[in-house]
Design a protein around this ligand. Structure first.
Ligand code: 5GP
Length: 204
């Protein structure tokens, strides 16, 4: 059986990562979500254990002390981290795992797993990103400015990513991410066992 692969979706706030992530995972059942831990308060409709594991800062620090994270980062004044055990368990069962994490988390995962496939999701321009952040209506002017500044820094780190998907159209962006995953599945290096099985069966 092919070993599970790791996929990272990263990109600036407002690029539409969450929506793309949900849809891609829904379309490819072999991919499991990594549910992050956060110290930020749940937003309306968010459920503990589904969207995030919501923890107090004290509980979070305890998890750090016990080495329970694969990576952890501070994003806009809150802590976010990827719990290690579920990821290792899912990989062990042969599932692929997908992370929706910030750029620091992406860098950290890539360092530990150089074969992880990192996809950068971006709007076609900073102007469109600004429009989307404003349309969300959840950010203050200050927060919009901060997110736009951060977005410039994030895009300038493009070299650490394997793919870039421009989210000018949600359906197209989802299709493109799914195509990337499907193409990765067909890479020779991910099919060695299957190829050898066919070769072996021919000998008999
Ligand atoms: P939000 O609070 O809007 O759900 O997420 C804020 C940011 O934190 C997003 O950029 C999201 O990708 C990132 N994020 C969510 N979970 C994790 C995680 O486990 N690790 C890291 N490094 N970033 C995360």
């Amino acid at each position: 059986m092919t070993k599970g692969s790791l996929y990272i979706i990263s990109g600036p706030s407002g690029a539409g990562k969450g929506t793309v992530y949900d849809e891609v995972v829904a379309r490819r059942p072999s991919i499991k979500k990594s549910i992050s831990v956060t110290t930020r308060a749940p937003r309306e409709g968010e459920i503990d254990g589904i969207h995030y594991y919501f923890k107090t800062m004290e509980e979070y620090q305890e998890m750090i002390a016990h080495g329970e994270f694969l990576e952890t980062a501070e994003v806009y004044c809150n802590c976010y981290g990827t719990p290690k055990a579920p990821v290792l368990e899912m990989l062990d069962k042969g599932y692929d795992v997908m992370f929706e994490i910030d750029i620091h988390g992406a860098k950290n995962i890539k360092k530990q797993y150089p074969d992880a496939i990192a996809i950068f999701l971006m709007t076609p321009s900073f102007e469109i990103l600004e429009e989307r952040l404003r349309a969300r209506g959840t950010e203050s002017e200050d927060s919009i400015r901060r997110r736009l500044r951060a977005a410039k820094g994030e895009l300038s780190k493009y070299k650490m990513f394997d793919y870039i998907v421009f989210n000018d159209n949600k359906e197209k962006a989802i299709d493109e991410v799914v195509s990337i995953i499907d193409a990765e599945k067909r890479k020779i290096k991910n099919n060695i066992e299957e190829i050898n099985l066919i070769l072996e069966s021919k000998k008999k």
